[in-house]
Design a protein around this ligand. Structure first.
Ligand code: KG4
Ligand code: ZN
Length: 321
C-alpha cells in the first residue's frame, strides 16, 4: 500500500510517502515568516499552507519516485491544530483523493507523533509508554496498540516546547528558540539551580520554571547574562530534561512497561536524547527516539498513521484534548 501523508496543523507544510514499511520521502516546507512575528500567526499560516501545499506534495512524489496514480490512500492531519491551517490540508487531501478515486484518511496529530516511534528501527513493542513533548503538548501516553491510547499524565500549564521557546525569548533568541537554546547549552555548564517542577501523579508543569528564569534574569545585569548565556541555557535545559526523563522512566516502572519513547519537536533536544538513552541503558529499558526528521512536525508520521488506520480498522480511540 502506498500512502501520501499531508500535515498542516501548525506552521509546517509537510508531505511524505509511505509504502509497505518504508518511508520513501519526507518533505517539510517551513514557514520562516513567523519568526519575524515572534510566534505563529494563524491567518498567515493558512495563507502560506495554501501556497506551499501543491509544491510540497509534488516534491514528496518526485523524491519518492512515485506517480500520483500509484497512491492508494491520502492521509491528512484532522486535528488538533489551528482550524484554518488544518482546513487547507484537509481540503487538499480530500480533493487529491477524490480525483484519484482513493480513500482520504483523517489522522489525529498526537497519535501520529506517538507512532513516529516506529519510523526509526527497531520498532517499539506494545505496550510502550511515550512522552510527547512539542510546542503545544506535553503528555505521557500508554500505547497498547494502533487504536489503544491512554493519556496517563499531561502538563497543567505550559508545554515543554513552550518552556524552551519562552525562556529562549527572554535570552534574546528568535522564535522558536528551543533549538537555539539547545545549541547554546552544549557550550555551557548547568550551574544555576532552577527549581524542579512540583506536580503530583504523572503530570507536568513548566510555568514555575518560566517565572524562576524571569526573576533570575531580572536580578542580573546585561553583561552577566551575555557572558554566562551558555551556562544559563544549560541550566534551563537540564531542569526541563531531568524532569521529563524522570517522569517517563518512573511511570514506565510503575506501569511495568519496558519500552519507552520520546516524540514531538522537543525530542530533537540533544540532552534529552542522551539522558534518556543513558537512563534506559542503566535500568534495562528500551528507549525509542525518532531520527531528527521525524521529531518535529512531519508528514511521514501522518502517512504511517494513516496506513495503520486503514490496515487495522478499529474503534476510534478517545480524541486527546
Ligand atoms: O512537534 P513540533 O514540531 O510542533 C508542535 O506540534 O508543537 O514541536 C515544535 C517545538 C518548538 O517548541 C521547538 O522549540 C521545540 O519543539 N524544539 C526543541 C528542539 N527542537 C525543536 N526544543 C528543545 N530543543 C530542541 N533541539
Ligand atoms: Zn506536532
Amino acid at each position: 500500500m502506498t500512502v501520501l501523508g499531508i500535515e498542516t496543523s501548525c506552521d509546517d507544510t509537510a508531505a511524505g510517502i509511505y509504502r509497505d514499511g518504508l518511508i520513501l520521502s519526507n518533505v517539510v516546507g517551513r514557514q520562516a515568516a513567523h519568526a519575524a512575528e515572534g510566534g505563529v500567526i494563524p491567518e498567515l499560516a493558512s495563507r502560506l499552507h495554501d501556497e506551499l501545499i501543491g509544491p510540497t506534495v509534488e516534491a514528496a512524489l518526485t523524491r519518492a519516485g512515485v506517480t500520483a496514480g500509484e497512491i492508494d490512500a491520502v492521509a491528512y492531519t484532522s486535528g488538533p491544530g489551528l482550524p484554518g491551517a488544518l482546513h487547507v490540508g484537509m481540503a487538499y487531501a480530500k480533493g487529491f483523493a477524490l480525483a484519484l478515486g482513493v480513500p482520504a484518511q483523517g489522522v489525529n496529530h498526537l497519535h501520529a507523533h506517538l507512532l513516529s516511534a516506529f519510523l526509526t528501527p527497531p520498532p517499539p513493542e506494545f505496550p510502550y509508554l511515550a512522552l510527547t513533548v512539542s510546542g503545544g503538548h506535553t503528555e505521557l501516553t500508554l500505547v497498547r496498540g494502533f487504536h489503544d491510547y491512554e493519556v496517563i499524565g499531561k502538563t497543567l500549564d505550559d508545554a515543554a516546547g513552550e518552556a524552551f521557546d519562552k525562556t529562549a525569548r527572554m535570552l534574546g533568541f528568535d522564535y522558536p528558540g528551543g533549538p537555539m537554546l539547545d545549541a547554546c547549552a552544549e557550550e555551557g555548564q548547568a550551574v544555576f539551580p532552577f527549581p524542579r517542577p512540583a506536580v503530583k501523579n504523572w503530570d507536568f508543569s513548566f510555568s514555575g520554571l518560566k517565572t524562576a528564569v524571569l526573576y533570575f534574569l531580572q536580578g542580573q545585569n546585561r553583561e552577566f547574562i551575555e557572558t554566562r548565556k551558555a551556562d544559563i541555557c544549560a541550566s534551563i535545559r537540564k531542569t526541563i530534561v531531568d524532569f521529563c526523563v524522570w517522569r517517563l522512566t518512573e511511570a514506565a516502572q510503575a506501569y511495568k512497561v519496558r519500552h519507552v519513547a520520546v516524540v514531538g519537536g522537543v525530542s530533537a533536544n540533544r540532552l534529552l536524547r542522551r539522558e534518556l538513552s543513558r537512563k534506559c541503558e542503566a535500568t534495562g529499558m528500551v528507549a525509542h527516539i525518532p531520527a531528527f526528521e521525524y521529531c518535529t512536525d512531519n508528514a511521514a508520521m501522518v502517512a504511517f498513521a494513516g496506513a495503520k488506520a486503514i490496515e487495522f480498522p478499529g474503534p476510534r480511540s478517545a480524541p486527546t484534548k
